[in-house]
Design a protein around this ligand. Structure first.
Ligand SMILES: [Zn+2]
Ligand SMILES: [Zn+2]
Length: 358
């Protein structure tokens, strides 16, 4: 028998025992799970961008421009400005993380099923409706201009659905009981963006899937399914322009836009207002990216420089929404009280104080 060096039989293969194999697999799964679930705001590129912008504000404003736990502007050294100890050691910041972990653990149970059904079903219904109304697809030719328009319409539609969903969550008591958990944050950190009650995830996801499905359906009909969103450097064109806004909205540093621009785009500091429990700030600045919908429905609030914004749900009820368990159980207790007060108005009037909307 010839000894052929190219014969694979003669190459020593690495033998991996079952235990090592299992551990390696577990390792891969853990890392993949972590990598897939780390909030966008904690990706190093986003953190770097946030810190760079914040440093710029610190330099321009000579140490001014960030807020403390009390929601008041204060002067700070660069380190305290970027990463203030009082904010990041606050119980609220810790609870942000626990609520996020809990939500993520439950995420797989609904996300795939929901996204695989709602988005495509919306898209297909729109296409069928357009075919029924206008006949066959006009099969337009795609160019970068159309792709830009597609991205822009997608952004506006997403922002509108976000606005309506968010507005409804504030105005319908049973939904406010859930969304209140986002607002019970007493300090703002980039993790606060992901702070939600675990029941809320599917509601936001349904809104997103419907908005993308609607626009996707219209453009798929016009371009015979050939359209894709415009990208720049492989990133969605508008995500590139507005992506940083999302993480900065829940950062304690005030990032203002000039007044004229704030009428069109939400500056990050406008979300500080949304999280304030002062009455004049209630039910304002609902949208995610643009100011168009807030302006149209009269809920736009452009803050003054260094405007005081105490965060949370207010001293009267804040004590009931501090710990992880309080925030997780709170909505169920609220619902229970709502049902009880409906079935016996007398008992309800005594047991539950009318909730302040914000
Ligand atoms: Zn809200
Ligand atoms: Zn928020």
């Amino acid at each position: 028998m010839d000894l052929d060096p190219d014969n694979p039989k003669h190459i020593t293969t690495e033998v991996v025992g079952p235990l090592t194999d299992t551990l390696q697999l577990a390792d891969t799964i853990t890392w993949n799970t972590l990598a897939n679930n780390i909030p966008k705001d904690l990706h190093w590129q986003t953190i770097l961008l946030t810190l760079t912008i914040a440093t710029g504000i610190w330099l321009v404003r000579k140490g001014h421009g960030s807020k403390g736990v009390d929601g008041r502007e204060r002067r700070a050294s660069l380190l305290q400005f970027l990463l203030p100890r009082d904010i990041y050691t606050h119980e609220s910041a810790r609870v942000d993380v626990w609520l996020w972990i809990f939500e993520r653990l439950l995420h797989p149970f609904w996300a795939v099923a929901l996204l695989a059904t709602v988005g495509p079903a919306t898209e297909q219904s729109v296409i069928s409706a357009l075919q029924w109304a206008f006949g066959d697809t006009p099969a337009l030719q795609v160019n970068y201009g159309w792709m830009l328009l597609y991205s822009l319409v997608m952004l506006l539609c997403y922002d509108f659905v976000f606005y309506v969903t968010h507005y409804t969550m504030h105005r319908v008591p049973a939904l406010w009981a859930l969304h209140k958990i986002h607002h019970s944050a007493e300090v703002l950190t980039p993790m606060t963006r992901s702070r939600e009650h675990f029941v809320v995830g599917p509601i936001w996801a349904t809104g997103g899937a419907i908005s993308y499905g609607l626009v996707g359906g219209v453009f798929a009909y016009l371009f015979e399914g050939n359209i894709t969103a415009a990208t720049l450097l492989n990133i969605g064109f508008f995500s590139l322009l507005f992506g940083f806004n999302g993480s900065f909205r829940h950062y304690h540093v005030q990032f203002h836009y000039p007044a004229w621009l704030s009428k069109w785009l939400h500056s990050p500091v406008m979300h500080h207002i949304h999280h304030s429990y002062l009455e004049k700030h209630w039910d304002t600045n609902f949208a995610a990216v643009t100011s168009i919908w807030d302006r149209m429905f009269n809920t736009l609030y452009i803050p003054e420089k260094d405007e005081y914004t105490p965060w949370g749900i207010g001293p009267e009820t804040q004590g009931e929404y501090r710990s992880f368990w309080q925030n997780t159980a709170g909505p169920f207790r609220d619902w229970y009280n709502m049902i009880n007060s409906k079935s016996s108005p007398q008992a309800g009037a005594v047991s539950s104080q009318p909730e302040q909307e914000k």
